[in-house]
Design a protein around this ligand. Structure first.
Ligand code: NI
Length: 163
């Protein structure tokens, strides 16, 4: 296992439209293991492959012990809305209220390529929606008001100049 470098906004690789996972073999399992290690070290609750520069439709999530490996997800039903603070490992130190569905139904493949059909609620639904956004190049900042976006853009570009 290895700890991977998590890309931070405004890295253009975060805007990728990721490709489907087609092979569920050892290479995928290694990437999954590295995503877990990186996510836990960073104290995140989810991490998507594009955030470590791997443009494939894959993420890992662990919300209160609900551990999921999700490949090729499709959110096929959404219900209700909830407005809660959320963060993202690609926006360190930033937490903003984002409106998300209260309940989602998601179909995906697990790390063995088995089809899963799951209905999630509350924060787990939020994590699934947030991570699925990453696979389409959509980021936390895109769900905020223009004013907040401008503020975060300024804050993040100051940080990237300091590095
Ligand atoms: Ni994120």
């Amino acid at each position: 296992m290895a700890v991977l470098n998590v890309l931070e906004y405004p890295d253009p690789a975060l805007r990728v439209d990721a490709s489907e996972v087609s092979e569920f073999g050892d290479e995928l399992k290694k990437l999954v293991a590295d995503l877990w290690e990186t996510m836990y070290l960073s104290k995140g609750v989810g991490l998507a492959a594009p955030q470590v520069g791997r443009p494939v439709r894959l993420f890992v999530a662990d919300w209160e012990g609900n551990r999921r490996v999700v490949a090729n997800p499709s959110i096929i039903e959404i219900e209700g809305t909830e407005r809660v603070d959320e963060g993202c490992l690609s926006f360190p130190g930033i937490y903003e209220e984002v409106t998300r569905p209260a309940r989602i139904r998601i179909i995906y493949r697990d790390e063995n390529g088995e089809r899963r059909d799951e209905t999630a609620e509350g924060y787990l639904a939020r994590v699934f929606a947030h991570e699925t956004d990453h696979l389409n190049g959509r980021l936390l900042i895109d769900n905020l008001s223009a004013l907040k976006r401008a503020f975060i853009r300024k804050k993040m570009s100051r940080k990237s100049r300091e590095r």
